[in-house]
Design a protein around this ligand. Structure first.
Ligand SMILES: NC(=O)c1ccc[n+]([C@@H]2O[C@H](COP(=O)([O-])OP(=O)(O)OC[C@H]3O[C@@H](n4cnc5c(N)ncnc54)[C@H](OP(=O)(O)O)[C@@H]3O)[C@@H](O)[C@H]2O)c1
Length: 293
């Protein structure tokens, strides 16, 4: 089937800075081609402070939606006319849609992380969850796991104020009080992980090109711990390799990335993405990452 760009082609934009490394255009365009839709995902490098100008132009140009990544997630939230519930909780957004002349902001990282665990047969309800890293992604995970019924959240972060701020927000916005905050310290992690069911790495430690790094010491792992590393490049991080060696169940970061793309397609195109299409996006993503390693 010819899949040409013509005068009717619509665009889903991806904006960030840097953006050249992103797999999203490749993942979404494979899905759009399979759907036979005259729509393309195109990445734009937009410097910090320029998102408002971009969105103004996108609205006029009939762009279907704007997927937003670092450093624009806070600005995306601020410039929107309406926001979904999760974006309100987060104070940031990763997707903007144009609806009846209004800009509507969504935050989908929490959904994507939660679904990744569910598809792996893991229910966060009743679990003690340690989240290492309370940056943008760690925040989304903490809010989502509190909503999903985790019994306790243990938040570790290198910069103490960031973990403190998140802990205060979880208490104030969700009335979630079953939490403790810690500095990102190997000894504290070893002590506290003994009581945890699930460990999530939401730091960039172990990400390409620093693939030898690990956010905890391997001796802190035990076989009853489920380990979810949201870093997806490389897919098999050192943390996941050490965890499997200890007999832990593991979940990598690729499904989370794919579910973010699935949700963006659904919201931008008002369609329901099938499981077959999700499987296609997973295959495209794993194969692109295999080629990079
Ligand atoms: N799978 C997915 O779909 C998905 C989605 C989003 C993000 N991610 C991945 O998740 C990671 C974090 O992304 P983000 O958006 O949350 O980034 P971010 O907002 O910049 O946060 C980075 C986090 O990593 C911590 N960190 C960075 N370097 C560290 C080090 N050397 N030692 C200890 N902590 C360190 C930071 O601690 P401080 O607060 O002390 O700086 C912060 O908690 C990235 O690798 C990203 O690719 C994956």
């Amino acid at each position: 089937m010819a899949w040409e760009i013509d005068a009717r082609t619509k665009i889903i934009a991806l904006v960030g800075d840097p953006i050249e490394h992103s797999l999203t255009p490749r993942i979404q365009n494979a899905a759009l081609k399979q759907l036979g839709m005259n729509v393309r995902n195109i990445a734009f490098r937009v410097p910090k402070g320029s998102l408002r100008d971009f969105v103004k132009g996108a609205k006029v140009a009939g762009i279907l939606g704007v997927m937003v990544t670092i450093p624009h997630k806070g600005d995306a939230f601020k410039l929107a006319d309406e926001r979904d519930k999760f974006a309100e909780l987060m104070g940031s957004a990763n997707l903007l849609i144009f609806k009846d002349g209004q800009v509507v902001a969504y935050s989908t990282d929490g959904y994507a992380a939660s679904r990744s665990l569910k598809e792996a047969g893991i229910d966060v309800k009743g679990k003690w969850v340690a989240i290492v890293g309370t940056g943008g992604a760690g925040r989304a995970l903490a809010f989502q796991f509190a909503l999903d019924g985790a019994s306790k959240l243990l938040l570790f972060n290198r910069t103490a104020e960031r973990a403190k701020k998140l802990s205060n927000e979880l208490k104030r916005k969700l009335g979630f009080n079953e939490l403790q905050i810690f500095p990102h310290d190997p000894d504290l992690l070893r002590r506290e992980l003994k009581n945890c069911d699930l460990l999530v790495n939401a730091t960039s430690v172990g990400m390409h090109p620093n693939e030898d790094e690990i956010p905890i010491t391997a001796d802190a792992l035990h076989r009853n711990l489920i380990v979810f590393d949201i870093v997806y490049n490389p897919v098999q991080t050192r943390l996941l390799r050490e965890a499997r060696r200890k007999g832990c169940k593991t979940v990598d970061g690729v499904p989370m990335l794919v579910y973010t793309n699935e949700k963006a397609l659904e919201l931008c195109l008002s369609i329901k993405v099938s499981q077959d299409l999700v499987n296609l996006m997973l295959r495209v993503c794993y194969s692109a990452l295999r080629r990079r390693s």
